[in-house]
Design a protein around this ligand. Sequence first.
Ligand code: TRP
Length: 430
Amino acid sequence: MTTVRVLTGIKPSGTPHLGNYVGAIRPTVRASREPGIDSYLFLADYHALISTHDPARVQRSTLEIAATWIACGLDPERVTFYRQSDIPEIPELTWLLACVCGKGLLNRAHAYKAAVDKNTADGRDADDGVTMGLFMYPVLMAADILMFNAHRVPVGRDQIQHIEMARDLASSFNHHYGEHFTLPEAVIDEQVATLPGLDGRKMSKSYDNVIPLFAPREQLRRLIMGIVTDSRAPGEPKDTEGSALFQIYQAFATAEETAALARDFAAGIAWAEAKERLFERIDREIAPMRATYDDLMAHPQRVEALLRAGAAKARVQATPFTARLRAAVGLRPLDDLAPPPAAEATGTKVAPPVFKQYRESDGRFYFKLTDAKGHVLLQSTGFDSPKAAGQAVARLKAEGWSGSPDLHALLEAYAPAERIDAALALLREA
Ligand code: TRP
């Protein structure tokens, strides 16, 4: 089965509420468990710097959002879950993409245009208060996506233009430097549930009508008791249609539970009782996650360790890929330009990089990797058996040097990682 790479970024800002859970977190966690999906999920903390200059808030939000996703069942073993700022290759790629990005393209970005329009309407300078971070936002986002050659990017409608820009930048780079990038596609979930808030309008921070996802049990109860209802008395039949309470219940309950509540509405259940039922139903789903969340918030070092492991996993791809991109644009070691060895001058073909395996007088098994010019790139220490040495060679071939950090202790590197990766990539292609 071919795997589909699905990637999404989460901006660490604000405290997640039930609407975020039902509309984004829960469906994304479920989707990440489907077979055939290689899922990348990251905290877009570089993006967060665009909207706040409060360092403590960035740090706090990063912890809260990471803890939330893990508590909601995201499995860091299964998905690649990382923090954008742990991947230095991403800002590096941002620059490479910026250099194939027309400024006019960014002038047309909705978020930037909205800021300009507002300034103009208010009689201010067009770019008043606009940082280069805001202006470059789509380029950074393109780097997020293209770094892992994502096929699909699930996003909200407001982000579609950004995915189109990522495609534009990928095409432009490919055109100049060869086929390096997959063109990503936006995935918009048409039937993504929007949850009503306390006042019946869409649950949203801007309406101040939210129920925080991990509010303590008693606060959750109090908030739910405050959901707006009509004034029908106990015993009077109630409408499910247009009832925020009913819609929220539906987002958590099974079809049978929902049907049972609908019958009780028709039979005139008291609002207080209906709210109690809603509270218990939500709490049943949320309570175990809340416990995990509280535990993670009390042990930020665990979250840190998970994110670092995620970054290491992500960089297994990002580091060698960036090495190839650097080489593609001409950021190359200068010794490549050294005069060719004698062999080439006499017209014989240049040898490809090779692994040589041999046995030393100490009875142990060794190998080394030499490049086309005969320079030693890697030298192994002694292995107990030819099989063990062979396995290390096979892994280096398959995973690259940067991709097999656990082998580094067994090897002496005589060249920069990029060159070793490039030689191994060449071998793999051959
Ligand atoms: N811009 C996205 C948002 O505000 C977050 C984001 C950053 C993102 N990088 C991304 C989403 C890459 C998808 C892919 O929601």
